[in-house]
Design a protein around this ligand. Structure first.
Ligand code: NAD
Length: 478
């Protein structure tokens, strides 16, 4: 998607890294070690399909081993290439550091258009790709733990986990070899929605600080903010759904492969998603204006308060950056803004919530899933009923005391129901994710507000990440 005079994806990530590293007093050579991708494995493997042999190309990059295991999604797309996988692996290293998730960065990809294959064929291809990575420990509970990304989902993760179990029948922690699995295969409640939910929590936290809202030339809370979302896949759909249904934001535009939908009244995100699932695109969705994809990225330039690119990298570049009208951009996708565009937007005063923080909800909940798999017990199983019993005792005691004082107080049924209920796995996952997104933005905000050299949240996030990774390296023998 990037125009030819722009840098490669890896060079873009490097440039952002160097903005931060140059402000830090790192030991000689350390910046070079941190930003270098340690290893990329390229595999070409055959699968017999439709009575002939098809050869597929896949990658798994390990960007940084400073913490083990390394972690990062597996992407299925024809656009997958070594540069993209390495850039995404680097982003994973920095992302995990920003949100305090104890992993190094990795990423994988397979050059394939999933739509060209039926489910059985995709299973054969996925299992063979997994086998190639497993036998080199590039999928392993304590060394390298993949997750879903563009073009993959819980279904592929379940096949990978099963393949790993078959090859390692005595490995008790086998299910921790991959995250984003369906719940029946050792997955965790709330993982599917996690990245979109993380976008919601990030925006909620952003709008808690009036100074930041003002810096973005916005006012008020999330309620009524006009939002345009690009990509109604896993991340874009959940982010748009939660923001509109729970926070009162108005989704005035949805951009998909075939074109864009606009409505000043606001679009019903679930209805649009159902339409896309049924018809393959957004064209002809009733009650909204359709703009054909042929008019290109123009839809990204539509009038709105918040723009959420949640599809591809490099969609906002030096060519269109000056025409973007949004005041706040949330990078739900990885690398949607090139470094040249980032500079233009910063100069124009557009506030950007950067990818390495904004879309970290997925890896955060993946971390919870991995911990669940290693501990072999669902979150909340031991303490939920004990918590309910303690809450019930507290209410009974309050009622007894109020009677004693002649007040005869008793709580409403609604209060009782929500107060007495102990937290189940989904509530605990959401609480852990909310805490992560709040705390991380608060530390980025502290740098943004207090260090005059830090004029934007991306630089703040990179500074936090590089400082933490550098500290990790200082305790290692190199
Ligand atoms: P997905 O495959 O579920 O969805 C991608 C969506 O983008 C699809 O609806 C697709 O039709 C749409 N799209 C593709 N090309 C487009 C175009 N040219 N214009 C408009 N829309 C287009 O993928 P996803 O998992 O939602 O990932 C989206 C982005 O978020 C990627 O950059 C990914 O790396 C990033 N991300 C995903 C996760 C996760 O948990 N899935 C976590 C962190 C980051």
């Amino acid at each position: 998607m990037m125009s030819s005079q722009e840098l490669s994806f890896t060079a873009n990530v490097d440039r952002q890294f160097l903005r931060a590293a140059n402000l830090l007093d790192l030991p000689p050579g350390l910046a070079q070690q941190i930003r270098t991708c340690n290893a990329t494995y390229t595999v070409r493997f055959p699968v017999r399909l439709r009575e002939r042999i098809h050869v597929f190309t896949g990658y798994r990059s390990v960007h940084s081993d400073h913490v083990s295991p390394v972690k990062g999604g597996i992407r299925y797309s024809l656009a997958v290439n070594q540069d993209e996988v390495e850039a995404l692996a680097a982003l994973m290293t920095y992302k995990c550091a920003v949100v305090d998730v104890p992993y190094g960065g990795s990423k994988g990809g397979l050059c394939i258009r999933p739509k060209d294959y039926d489910e059985h064929e995709l299973e054969l291809i996925t299992r063979r790709f997994a086998y190639e990575l497993i036998k080199r420990d590039l999928i392993h509970p304590s060394q390298n733990v993949p997750a879903p990304d563009m073009g993959t989902s819980g279904r592929e993760m379940a096949w990978i986990a099963d393949e790993y179990q078959k090859l390692n029948p005595t490995e008790i922690d086998a299910l921790a070899c991959v995250t984003g699995k369906p719940v029946h295969m050792g997955g965790i409640e709330g993982r599917i929605e996690a990245t979109g939910r993380g976008i919601q929590f990030a925006l909620q936290e952003f709008f808690r600080e009036p100074l930041d809202v003002k810096r973005a030339n916005l006012a008020g809370g999330l309620d009524g903010q006009r939002v345009v979302v690009q990509g109604l896949g896993n991340v874009g759909f959940h982010a748009a759904k939660f923001l509109s249904e729970e926070d009162g934001a108005k989704i005035v535009g949805i951009i998909e492969r075939d074109g864009a939908l606009f409505s000043d009244k606001g679009l019903n995100v679930s209805d649009v998603k159902a339409w896309v699932n049924e018809t393959g695109g957004v064209r002809d969705f009733p009650g909204a204006t359709f703009v054909d994809a042929a008019t290109g990225g123009l839809a990204l330039e539509a009038e709105c308060d918040i723009l959420i690119p949640a599809a591809l990298e490099g969609v906002i570049d030096a060519e269109n950056a000056s025409r973007i009208k949004a005041k706040l951009i949330v990078e739900a996708a990885n690398g949607p803004i090139t470094s040249a565009a980032d500079e233009i937007l910063r100069e124009r005063g557009v506030v950007i919530i950067p990818d390495l923080y904004a879309n970290a909800g997925g890896v955060t909940v993946s971390y919870f899933e991995w911990v669940k798999n290693l501990s072999h017990i669902r979150f909340g199983r031991m303490e939920r009923r004990a918590q309910e019993a303690a809450n019930a005792m507290m209410l009974a005691e309050l009622e007894r005391l109020s009677n004693l004082l002649g007040e005869s107080w008793s709580p409403t049924d609604k209060f009782k129901r929500s107060y007495l209920r102990g937290a189940d796995e989904l509530q605990l996952v959401r609480s852990g994710l909310d805490d992560t997104m709040r705390e991380s933005l608060q530390s980025m905000r502290a740098k943004w507000h207090e260090d005059e050299r830090v004029g934007d949240l991306r630089l703040a996030a990179y500074l936090i990440a590089v400082e933490k990774i550098a500290l990790g390296y200082q305790s290692k023998s190199l």
